[in-house]
Design a protein around this ligand. Structure first.
Ligand SMILES: [Zn+2]
Length: 129
């Protein structure tokens, strides 16, 4: 796996997700995601958990991407997600498929205790197309 060290911008993205999860308004939200577009715009979102109906829940990445698309952007440069313990989380399989629709961005992940970024294609080499 070709892991790349995080830039200052990448660390700012992780911080944006951490800030959002810390100030979340709903107990239904336990993950926050932040993404940066190729145009250097940052969009964030939180997950929404629906008890008793997991398919009705949405991931934080979905919320962030939905906001990005609402604002007219469609190319993700880098994306990150964090949980309530401020830990970086890798995207689930469903999110990997969604993210693949918006390019082959870097995804910030924790490998061997260190935060790095890897191309989505390394995490999800065969998206449904
Ligand atoms: Zn997900």
């Amino acid at each position: 796996m070709n892991a790349v060290s995080l830039s200052k911008q990448d660390l700012a993205l992780v911080d944006a997700a951490k800030t959002l999860i810390e100030r979340r308004k709903s107990k239904r939200s336990t993950v926050a995601a932040a993404l940066r577009t190729h145009e250097n715009r940052i969009f964030c979102g939180v997950n929404i958990e629906v008890e008793g109906s997991s398919p009705c829940s949405i991931c934080a990445e979905y919320a962030a991407i939905g906001t990005m698309v609402s604002e007219g952007y469609d190319r993700i440069e880098t994306i990150a997600a964090v949980g309530t313990r401020r830990q970086v989380l890798a995207p689930c399989g469903k999110c990997r498929q969604l993210i693949s629709v918006f390019g082959n961005p870097y995804v910030i992940v924790k490998i061997s205790g260190k935060l790095v970024k890897v191309k989505l294609s390394e995490l999800y080499p065969f998206p449904i197309s």
